[in-house]
Design a protein around this ligand. Structure first.
Ligand code: GDP
Ligand code: MG
Length: 223
């Protein structure tokens, strides 16, 4: 029998703006999974960048961050959900569909996916309303409405980034360990070090995949 996953889903700002949360939740529903946590989050840049840290060097990074921040939809809210169940990571990824909404719309296996139904690709606009062009090419954005963790490690990192242990239904909290424990959330470490006047750089972001204690020790040793 496969393991049960605790995985993160985000309904991005356009999902809320277009009142699609009900439809998306219905579509994500499956007897093998349950919702273990749910909240509406007002996203700031630190959280958005921590979420998409693996894409930092990608040309689409800045627009993807702005999308999550709600800058294209005049809505700074995201709905964060933690789903728990057997194969929840894969089940949710399948229900979401491919990253690129156009691929989703043309993939026979993804025709009923969330991204095929509601997703779009649109040119990014400058402040004056003209299309943004970089290196001679129009910049496009994937408005794909939902995020789902792509593997067990990512899921653990992301659930801890968006949720506190007390946000997760009792039975599943064991997977999101208590503050002060070896697996306390990255967010809290960042806040502590920022308060102490330390600026966290790219190196630390990469270190976030390590247990908190190890990161903390490394930071202390750096002085
Ligand atoms: P996901 O896990 O299916 O969301 O896809 P990724 O983890 O690869 O990428 C994260 C997000 O970055 C996606 O949901 C898109 O919003 C954006 N993105 C990824 N690849 C591209 C791309 O080739 N072009 C553009 N414009 N955006 C992309
Ligand atoms: Mg991803």
């Amino acid at each position: 029998m496969s393991e049960k996953d605790l995985t993160l889903v985000l309904i991005k700002p356009d999902g809320l703006t277009h009142s699609l949360t009900g439809d998306i939740l219905t579509q994500l529903s499956a007897p093998s999974m349950e919702i273990a946590g749910a909240k509406v989050v007002s996203v700031d840049r630190d959280l958005a960048e921590a979420h998409y840290w693996e894409h930092k060097e990608k040309p689409y990074f800045e627009t993807t961050i702005r999308y999550l921040l709600g800058e294209y939809h005049s809505n700074h809210r995201v709905m964060a959900l933690a789903y728990y169940g057997e194969d929840a990571i894969a089940t949710i990824r399948k229900k979401m569909g491919p990253t690129n909404p156009l691929v989703a719309k043309h993939d026979p296996a993804a025709l009923t996916s969330i991204r095929a139904k509601y997703g779009s690709i649109e040119p990014v606009k400058n402040d004056d309303g003209s299309d943004m062009i970089i290196n001679g090419s129009t910049v496009f954005l994937f408005f794909n409405l939902v995020h789902g963790s792509d593997g067990p490690q990512t899921a653990e990192y992301e659930v801890k980034l968006w949720f506190q242990p007390e946000d997760i239904a009792e039975a599943k909290r064991v997977q999101v360990a208590k503050p002060g424990s070896r697996f306390e959330t990255v967010e809290r470490i960042v806040r502590e070090f920022d308060q102490a006047g330390n600026q966290l750089g790219e190196k630390t972001v990469l270190a976030w995949k390590k247990p908190a204690e190890q990161v903390r020790e490394e930071m202390k040793n750096k002085g």
